[in-house]
Write a protein that binds this ligand. Structure first.
Ligand code: ZN
Length: 183
């Protein structure tokens, strides 16, 4: 895929869902993914309050599924991840899952990118936490995440998407089909 053959749709002066000013720019473009086929990527950015979000959708409908993969080495951090705004991410080893802000964001990244997003969120939580014991728990969690990023700790990453617009792309992945989301 070259970036030059992307058809990009840009619509500006739209109402921002956060500050309600007509300062948001929507963009939509398609990419071709070797695994999932054509994918539409949507982004919104507010030029006033700075709000931004993104989402994506498979143009050839995917299967509602739970993807599960063991991250056992540094090489596994490069495993590709396609996540829609409907997808829930879980790391049972750490008893964590994404919060609603990250949950509504769609992106294409890799396992490292997903773990770094968790890391940032947990760091911010820790900084804002006044309870000493809770702060310590979060600190230990950050240490655990660092170990995963160094390839020294094994975890299982789960992605659950009933809309069928997400995937973990690896030979190692286990896919459990789910029932389609009720409309
Ligand atoms: Zn705004």
């Amino acid at each position: 895929m070259s970036s030059s053959d992307r058809d990009m749709l840009i619509v500006d002066k739209q109402q921002c869902p956060v500050c309600a000013k007509d300062c948001a720019t929507f963009t939509e473009f398609e990419i071709e993914d070797a695994f999932a086929g054509p994918i539409a990527i949507f982004t919104i950015r507010c030029n006033d309050c700075g709000f931004r979000n993104s989402d994506l959708e498979f143009l050839e409908p995917g299967q509602p599924a739970e993807y599960s993969v063991d991250i056992e080495s540094k090489a596994d951090l490069a495993i590709r991840v396609i996540k829609s705004g409907e997808c829930e991410i879980k790391i049972p080893n750490f008893r964590i899952s994404v919060d609603s802000t990250m949950n509504s964001e769609g992106f294409i990244s890799n396992v490292e990118g997903v773990i770094r997003k968790f890391e940032t969120q947990i760091f911010l939580l820790k900084e804002g936490e006044e309870d000493k014991a809770k702060r310590k728990t979060l600190k230990n969690l950050l240490k655990g995440i660092e170990q995963v990023l160094r390839g020294e700790k094994k975890i299982t990453l789960k992605m659950i998407d009933k809309s069928g617009n997400s995937a973990i792309i690896s030979d190692k992945v286990t896919v459990k089909k789910l029932r389609a989301k009720k409309k």
